[in-house]
Design a protein around this ligand. Structure first.
Ligand code: AMP
Ligand code: ZN
Length: 420
């Protein structure tokens, strides 16, 4: 962990059992999140041709003001189809959408108001928020149909990897785009790519991780040859739905379409946690290199988008306390379902996936201390607005430690701070 926290190195095969702060169970847990047997192809990031220092603006545009949010007819009919009162809920949903720039925004509330399908409505809200329909000449009703199809392809039965998680990540992306420089430095196509990547990044997730897919030789593992199995599947699913209606992208030039596809693929593949230390290490090395990040260079901006999406994908432990606890429980329940399946198949049960040995605080503490905290720390060097999440992360870490202490007084040899 000390080596990984430097900006020097990428170590592809860490022996987690050697790290003095971790016990064997924590090591196994992090191993199962971060490693895959097959390795993964990585994202393409050649060194930039020139570097002129950090955070100079490539495109001096303003992030538009938050528009008045109104539900479209298709959203209203969707609410009616779910037995919800479109008039009463419309007002409450519009109110929720009018707060999407705030860090404390509550996805669980929108989830409830939309009958458990918040992603399509939020996607339309975020497209509106950044005037993506107007800026790129996209046909709104066609895109709303696409959002609905994507949402329908997320599996409601998953406690964690359903469209609520995608919506949560999308709102985090919106927070980054509106609260600081990210929304100003990205081009129109880059903003579109980042927003689409957040929307689709876990579509049709089966609720089991890559290691499970590979060890059970699933159909998906066979199709994708054990390489970033789920992430490849998410991308392919999203693009096959996108290409079913050629009018979705008809206003873009062929070079814009090419850039959009490349960027969305790069971003979604980068959410494979097997690449976590590689991408994090490269980012730190770049930030601390002679020229730093060059915001005039598309490749450096892609690196920032990769980090933004990665941070947002694992941002749930930095949400306000009630939400953080709820996410911790949901992700744990999904882990347990995988553990149940492993037991049924006679496979060894993965660390923290055995429901007979519940220790939610311990898994959350490990995840925050070894993965989320260091990642946010690095990203905050480039985007200072990340600091709001760092503060909440410290509060939540303490909450999990208190919970751990109250359930088992003799445990946890770990430090109490995220900063080295
Ligand atoms: P993704 O599958 O794209 O959402 O990648 C993020 C991965 O990080 C998840 O699959 C989980 O393995 C892990 N993760 C996210 N949130 C938590 C959490 N609160 N506790 C433990 N692991 C988490
Ligand atoms: Zn995700």
């Amino acid at each position: 962990v000390q080596v990984l926290n430097t900006n020097r190195v990428y170590v592809p095969n860490i022996d987690f059992h050697d790290v003095s702060k971790m016990d064997r169970e924590m090591g196994d847990f992090l191993h199962s999140i971060l490693m895959t047997n097959g390795g993964s192809p990585g994202i393409t990031q050649q060194p930039p041709s020139s570097s002129t220092g950090m955070m100079c603006s490539a495109k001096p545009t303003e992030v538009p003001a938050l528009p008045h949010m109104v539900l479209s007819d298709s959203s209203k009919s969707m609410l009616s189809a779910r037995g919800l009162d479109p008039v009463a809920n419309e007002r409450a949903i519009a109110k929720s959408l009018s707060h999407i720039d705030e860090w404390e925004w509550d996805i669980f509330q929108l989830d409830q108001l939309t009958g458990g399908l918040p992603l399509a409505i939020l996607s339309r809200g975020v497209f509106d928020r950044h005037r993506l329909f107007a800026r790129l000449g996209l046909e709104q009703d066609k895109w709303e149909t696409y959002f609905n199809k994507i949402e329908a392809s997320y599996r409601l039965a998953n406690p964690y990897h359903n469209s609520r998680h995608a919506a949560d990540v999308l709102q985090c992306i919106n927070f980054f785009l509106t609260s600081g420089r990210l929304g100003i430095i990205l081009t129109d196509i880059e903003t579109l790519s980042l927003v689409i990547a957040a929307i689709v990044h876990d579509v049709d997730h089966p609720g089991r991780n890559n290691v499970f897919e590979m060890s059970t030789r699933s159909e998906l593992a066979m199709i994708w040859n054990d390489h970033s199995v789920l992430e490849n599947h998410h991308c392919a699913t999203a693009y096959s739905l996108l290409l079913k209606d050629p009018s979705l992208l008809s206003s873009l030039t062929s070079s814009q379409k090419k850039e959009l596809r490349e960027t969305v693929i790069n971003l979604v593949l980068a959410t494979d946690m097997a690449q976590h230390f590689d991408l994090h290490g490269k980012f730190k090395a770049k930030v601390h290199s002679m020229g730093g990040i060059d915001l005039k260079d598309h490749r450096d901006r892609v690196m920032i988008m990769v980090m933004a999406l990665k941070c947002d994908d694992i941002r749930n432990p930095a949400r306000i306390q009630t939400q953080c606890k709820r996410w911790g429980e949901l992700v744990t329940e999904e882990f347990f379902l995988q553990g149940d399946e492993e037991a049924k198949r006679g496979l060894p049960i993965s660390a923290f996936m055995d429901r007979s040995k519940q220790d939610v605080p311990k898994s959350q503490i490990s995840f925050i201390e070894f993965i989320v905290g260091p990642l946010f720390q690095s990203f905050s060097e480039v985007l200072p607005e990340v600091n709001v999440c760092m503060k909440q992360l410290e509060i939540n870490l303490k909450m999990w430690k208190d919970l751990q202490k109250s359930s088992s007084p003799s445990s946890s040899p770990m430090s109490t701070s995220l900063t080295p």
